[in-house]
Design a protein around this ligand. Sequence first.
Ligand SMILES: Cc1cc2nc3c(=O)[nH]c(=O)nc-3n(C[C@H](O)[C@H](O)[C@H](O)COP(=O)(O)OP(=O)(O)OC[C@H]3O[C@@H](n4cnc5c(N)ncnc54)[C@H](O)[C@@H]3O)c2cc1C
Length: 476
Amino acid sequence: MKLERQVYLLNPKELSPETIAVTFAKTSRSPQSFRQIAAELTDEQSAQFHEKWVVGYGHASVAEHAVLHIAIENVSRLAIETIESNRLASYTEKSTRYQKWNPEAFYLPPELEGHALQEFYIRAVRGLFEAYEQSIPKVKAVVEREEPLLPGESQSAWERRVRSQTTDVCRFLLPAASLANVGVTANARVLEHAIQKMLSHPLSEVRALGAEVKQVAQAEVPTLLKYADHVPYIEQCAQALENAAGAASPVSPTTDSPAWCRLVAFAPQAEERVLAAALFRYGNQGFAAALEAVRRAGREERERLADIILGSLGPHDIPLRELEHASFSFELIVDQGAYFEIKRHRMMTQTPQALTADLGYAVPRRFPAAGLDEIYCDAMNAAQHTYEALAGLDAHLASYVVPNGFNRRLLMTLNLREAYQFCALRSAPNAHFSVRRVALCMAEQIRSATPTLAQFLRLPKELNWQEIEDEYFART
Ligand SMILES: Cc1cc2nc3c(=O)[nH]c(=O)nc-3n(C[C@H](O)[C@H](O)[C@H](O)COP(=O)(O)OP(=O)(O)OC[C@H]3O[C@@H](n4cnc5c(N)ncnc54)[C@H](O)[C@@H]3O)c2cc1C
């Protein structure tokens, strides 16, 4: 009997996410087609299957076939950090670049209810929004002056460019309490961990959000999220480490690289390992032999190999996975607005410190250019004082008042494949200037560490991070 190849979709309008997950899971033991398996399943049978195999025996990957789309609205940007800390989910959030933010839409933590600091908090947040509102027309006038219509550019395209360059500057004033919307697509396995993290979080907003996400998601996948609960380990570990870590240290002095962007670790043989891995993949020798061949090869031969691997990539091509054998750790101190964008890169490991007002704030050049120096700094200083007062009560709570312009420390480990994607995307002219500065500075150091491979990083020609800093910042 000739078996025809079959490719088809399981329709989520006809089958629940749990039934789809069981349909796929059953192919492991059943000779039937997916259609036949699905036709014989009821939601109750699917639940029983999950109880036994996924929940009971830990065959957890089955839950990855149950996918949900969760709409989350009016949550603080601080809470969004926890939602988006899950690598295997997908997100789209309200942008600080492409829309103006509502000054009334900010989170008031219930922890402050009835407390003397509540009024102080509201005043600081309102002050930031007032400065934001006042800044928009004045910064816009500067942008219009500095960014004339380009040859061939339509009036509407120019207006869009002016609008986004204006909000790019004014967003430095937006506090972490600002309310945003985010769309999340996640499978039940990642969602379970996401909910666990939310339910174990020190902020009551995040815990309440975790409970709501659990309730909404459980209506669709009742069995798979049964044990999405508070995890004492997460909470206890965070508390014990906060105590062990002690107080924040000041910014370290500059060595060769700028103090705000330092390559703190990379393996010196990283380049050899990538080239050897590529030979290993397409050859039949052992890794030690491939490495030896690369070591014996002259510079020209290595460059030829690097050119094969990266030289002919088209603009949308993804480089070979073997680039992942080279990795880099960076310590960054970047404004919160930049961090908020960087955190969206999932193919790397990020360890951010808490959002504080301890590391100073950046001043985009267009604030003083618009005569707004005092308005900006007054609002930022008021936020800092409020942060300090709130931190005496609860350091986690205090983060809500911190605006995008304050600096934050972050440890980031990424491989060369992700560096290739990150540096290209985030150094491009349409990226925000804060992140362009980061991407260009990281690229410079990656190039010094792995010159043969990193010469192929896709970067804007003849532009360095210092030029971005000089053009866009009065102070960082
Ligand atoms: C100009 C600009 C405007 C933006 N505007 C917005 C906005 O308004 N709102 C908003 O929410 N975000 C916005 N973003 C963020 C953007 O949507 C991405 O989330 C962010 O740039 C991270 O990119 P990435 O997913 O490619 O990176 P990473 O998560 O680091 O992934 C690296 C690569 O791995 C692959 N990959 C990773 N995860 C998946 C997956 N789940 N499925 C398939 N492939 C995957 C892809 O090839 C990806 O390029 C904007 C980004 C840019 C550059």
